[in-house]
Write a protein that binds this ligand. Structure first.
Ligand code: PAF
Length: 257
């Protein structure tokens, strides 16, 4: 497995590998089984699998959240290698956002509802970094998790609006045995908070907004940001809650189109 730190190295490494299909799995590291399922889907469909490993400062709207985001590059590289990744692109923030950087891509409406309303600028950061990653890696297919349903919808719109030549692949949410959707931020939950956090998947499992809100209102130590039906592809019941200092998002698919 190669590790490239610069855009130029990445382009050079991929040049001879274009013919058999290139799959990109964008990540911010702190890999868990959700990421591994994306890597395994990419491995099954492409001759070359690229994983990006970049904690994107532009998508964090709180300094504390960025500072405390879990980072363990050595572990991530080991897991990537075990998953059969060919190339990891792990740039610095300066490589991705050089001095003077001022070009942003904003998926205006989709990026401002739900998560976007609670995290202003978040999807502008996501869309910009994904477009730049697509441009650097030029993947045939890019892999995202259904767990971040709104992110998927934003990327789908970005690809359609800018006529990008990349196929979007969406992999199902991976959950722990107790039902909690895997997330790098789960590591911040104390055992007691984790127990409280289970209220979110249990509420969403009702597949009904009012019932979900009622269940969450009865749950001690759980602050609700929103629970909404979102008309995505496919439609989902999506929710976000705060438990202690940790914000959790999750969704269930309502019906396949
Ligand atoms: O889902 C994530 O980890 C990030 O939002 C992504 C897609 C890697 C962009 O930074």
């Amino acid at each position: 497995m190669e590790v490239a730190r610069t855009i130029a190295e990445t382009r050079r490494a991929l040049e001879p590998r274009r013919s058999g299909g290139v799959g990109l799995v964008p990540t911010m590291g702190a890999l868990h089984d959700g990421h591994l399922s994306l890597l395994s889907a990419a491995r099954a469909e492409n001759d070359t699998v690229v994983m990006s490993l970049f904690v994107n400062p532009a998508q964090f709207n709180e300094r504390g959240d960025l500072a405390s985001y879990p980072r363990d590059e050595r572990r991530d590289l080991r897991l990537a290698e075990e998953a059969g990744v060919d190339l990891v692109f792990a740039p610095s923030a300066e490589e991705m956002y050089p001095p003077g950087f001022q070009t942003w891509v904003d998926v205006v409406e989709l990026g401002s509802i739900l998560e976007g309303a609670f995290r202003p600028g978040h999807f502008r950061g996501v869309a910009t970094v994904c477009l730049k990653l697509f441009e650097i890696v030029r993947p045939d297919r890019a892999y995202f998790g259904q767990k971040d349903a709104q992110q998927v919808e934003v990327i789908r719109r970005l690809i359609a609006d800018l006529a990008l030549e990349v196929e979007l692949r969406v992999c199902p949410t991976v959950r722990d045995a107790d039902g909690l959707a895997l997330s790098s931020r789960n590591a911040r939950l104390s055992p007691e908070e984790r127990e409280r956090a289970l209220a979110l998947p249990r509420a969403l499992a009702t597949r009904d907004r009012e019932s979900a809100l009622r269940l969450l209102a009865e749950s001690e130590g759980v602050e609700v940001d929103y629970v909404e039906v979102a008309d995505f592809q496919p439609p989902v019941l999506a929710g976000a809650v705060r438990v202690g200092g940790t914000r959790l998002i999750d969704n269930v698919v309502l019906d396949e189109r």
